[in-house]
Design a protein around this ligand. Sequence first.
Ligand code: IMP
Length: 256
Amino acid sequence: MKILFVTGNKNKVVEAAAALRPLEVEVEQIDYDYPEIQHDTLEPIAAYGARHTAEYLAKQSFARFGGVKLRLPCEPKVRETDGLPSVKSCKNEVFARYLEDSLPEISRRIGDSARYLKCFIFQKDFQKTVIVEDAGLFIPALGGFPGPYSAYVHDTIGNGGILQLMRQLPNRGASFKSVIGLCRHGEEPKLFTGIVEGTITAEGRGTGGFGYDPIFEPKERDGRTFAEMNTDEKNQYSHRARALRKLVEYLKKQMQ
Ligand code: IMP
């Protein structure tokens, strides 16, 4: 099974791939800039992004296969080679490659009609499983700021700006939240959330991770920031890892 992770952030893909590898679920990154709605919580943002992208990809499939009105550019001629079927003489290259990729799965049914073949391939391409993830840093002493605006705030005032705002505030509690939205075309998005509690440090520490990692110290650990941990350590406690674990449980049940 393959999941398409729609994000421009490679760090997130590395974390997701590590979590899903034991399930033999492959994670492919798609760098598609889906529209983000404005909301003061993360859930509707992730749900909208996942649904929008699943529909966008389905429309692309329509353009590719629907353009030929469900008629193959040419009927695939299938023959057995070394016990495996292979496609011969398909003039449309994209379609030919697609058939080649799909053949191991449909080889059992290869005797079925071309019509069945078309529908099978069409549906397989159409129903891509998409995930998006929206994360945010929530600081109660700042009324939950930056929350859903974390990306903008990080790009503008950065970690230094947050430390400045927190100067002389006695309550340095904070939490990271991650919401993963999963969607397939025509289905309602499913959401998986993960939270990690911690504190904002007095100054940035560490060079690992990304974003707010240097100024966030998770509560359950030994006083190091996320940026002072390696990816495996961060993955044991992080908000994203927790959301991913819920996603893994859901996929496990689906695959049974
Ligand atoms: P987004 O979900 O990619 O929009 O992330 C929102 C903001 O939070 C971005 O500035 C990210 O860099 C930051 N962020 C998201 N996840 C993490 C994390 O695991 N550690 C540190 N910063 C993060």
